[in-house]
Design a protein around this ligand. Structure first.
Ligand SMILES: Cc1ncc(C[n+]2csc(CCOP(=O)(O)OP(=O)(O)O)c2C)c(N)n1
Length: 305
């Protein structure tokens, strides 16, 4: 197991802390992404500046209202990483950068697709910024379109049944590690302590960190609002979303899933309801192959489904 496990976490003292986001935002019930924001603020505390790119999370703070008790900026969808770099430069000029966590919290559309260039530049320059992709596997806010984080065969409004998305997803954590990030990790809101520990580890890095956080989306995944965390849990326990970290290109696994059949995760999500038995089998075979690679120390060669 990776050394992220060594980071102590005392739930009782965490619960006593002030919440840095108030309840009653415009997020949907059961939204994984808003829970991810809450956990981020639990992990990093009040000396945090949040940059959200256009998407579901920017609707949570609509002028003159804000649920955040930390400074918050709405960046454009394509430039969250550049806005963060500008803030870091300003703080450096004022010699205030040492105690402040600058966090980009951006959707997968903003990260994998439209803001890819700004993110790649930020990591290339080794800016001390934590970039979290809240990954609901689609451009949710504009009507659930396909992104390059969407899984193969998933239904979105631009990849309707019978086929669904014809392409496998990108692996951004792997790509950003090769791009030069000090620390990259995958996480899921259904495993909150793992995510909090990873954020605290990211905060100790000299350069850039990238965390790909799986955040189930009630309307987009077509699950009941009370079942979003279960949906995330099954994505992990079936092996469809491995939890790992890459520190200076060194890969380590953080959680050994139960390896339940992938159909358990697929059947509870409406976006996979149209899948044929052959498509389910293809996903299962790819997931098994990916895990074979991971467990044989050949993570870098594994294919995505
Ligand atoms: C350059 C640009 N293209 C398109 C849009 C329209 N737009 C606003 S929010 C959004 C969806 C963003 O998707 P994602 O980053 O995945 O976040 P989510 O909606 O899932 O929270 C899009 C396409 C935009 N604001 N700017």
């Amino acid at each position: 197991m990776a050394d992220v496990e060594k980071i102590e976490f005392d739930i009782k003292s965490e619960m006593k802390k002030e919440h840095l986001i108030s309840g009653g935002t415009f997020a949907c019930s059961g939204c994984g992404a808003i829970l991810g924001t809450k956990l981020t603020l639990v992990a990093l505390g009040k000396n945090t500046m949040l940059i959200n790119t256009s998407g579901c999370m920017t609707l949570t703070a609509t002028w003159p209202f804000t649920p955040y008790k930390v400074p918050w900026v709405h960046g454009a969808i394509e430039n969250g990483a550049s806005v963060a770099a500008g803030i870091l430069m300003g703080l450096k000029a004022q010699k205030k950068d040492k105690n402040t966590h600058i966090v980009v919290y951006a959707g997968d559309g903003a990260t994998y697709d439209i803001g890819f260039q700004a993110l790649s530049g930020m990591i290339y320059r080794k800016e001390k910024i934590i970039y979290i992709c809240y990954n609901n596997c689609q451009f949710a806010n504009t009507g659930h379109q396909c992104s390059s984080a969407t899984e193969k065969y998933a239904r979105t409004s631009t990849t309707p049944p019978p086929l669904g998305n014809p392409l496998p997803r990108k692996n951004m954590a792997k790509m950003m590690a090769l791009n030069g990030a000090d620390y990259c990790a995958t996480a899921c809101v259904s495993f909150p302590f793992d995510f909090i520990k990873k954020l605290r580890k990211a905060a100790t890095m000299k350069g850039s960190s990238f965390i790909d956080l799986l955040t189930p989306c009630e309307p987009g995944w077509m699950v009941n609002p009370w079942e979003t965390l279960k949906a995330g849990q099954l994505m992990v326990e079936t092996g469809m979303w491995p939890l790992y970290e890459i520190e200076n290109k060194k890969f380590s696994l953080n959680y050994k899933p139960k390896m339940l059949p992938v159909v358990k995760a697929l059947q509870m999500q409406g976006r996979f309801k149209h899948l044929t038995n052959e498509q389910v089998t293809e996903i299962q075979v790819t997931v098994v192959k990916e895990w074979e690679m991971i467990t044989k120390g050949r993570f870098w060669e594994a294919e995505e489904y």
